[in-house]
Design a protein around this ligand. Structure first.
Ligand code: GTP
Ligand code: MG
Length: 138
């Protein structure tokens, strides 16, 4: 079984989509291994998005992601990383297919409701960052 890291972004919490998003993963058959709600510190946000440091949208991304509470979770299923990315939908709203979370609920490139680790290596890194107590058995 594979584990992935998922985060419902501040717009998802503000729009009361937490239940809807978790329901989709549960319906699909993912197990929730860990879950918590918090407002990201600047330090955590910089570590989480370190791959984007220096990009034109980086400052706006950090501003948004620290603007309110997020719901972070570790989900488990066969091929969890790839399946969760499919269920999230693409970053470009024109490519986010109907039936995906982004494709059904947003047209915005920044306020796009959900983050998901984009490969197994990123999942391990993000789980260790957010849930260090789980890092040993993932
Ligand atoms: P995440 O799961 O949040 O990492 O989204 P992603 O993997 O689909 O996209 P990516 O990692 O390329 O970008 C991370 C986040 O930065 C996106 O979710 C957006 O919030 C933001 N972002 C990326 N590209 C752009 C851009 O061109 N413009 C703006 N405004 N934001 C961007
Ligand atoms: Mg990404």
């Amino acid at each position: 079984m594979e584990r992935t890291f998922i985060m419902i972004k501040p717009d998802g919490v503000e729009r009361r989509l937490v239940g809807e998003i978790i329901r989709r993963f549960e319906n699909r058959g993912f197990d929730i291994i860990a879950l918590k709600m918090l407002t990201m510190s600047r330090d955590l946000a910089e570590k989480h998005y370190e791959a984007h440091k220096g990009k034109p949208f980086y400052a706006a991304l950090l501003e948004f992601i620290t603007s309110g509470p997020v719901v972070a979770m570790v989900l488990q299923a066969e091929n969890a990383v790839t399946l969760a990315r499919q269920m999230m939908g693409a970053l470009n709203p024109l490519d986010a297919a109907p039936g995906t979370i982004r494709g059904d609920f947003t047209t915005d490139t920044r306020k796009n409701l959900i983050h998901g680790a984009d490969c197994p290596e990123a999942a391990r890194r993000e789980i260790a960052l957010w849930f260090p107590e789980l890092a040993l058995d993932s």
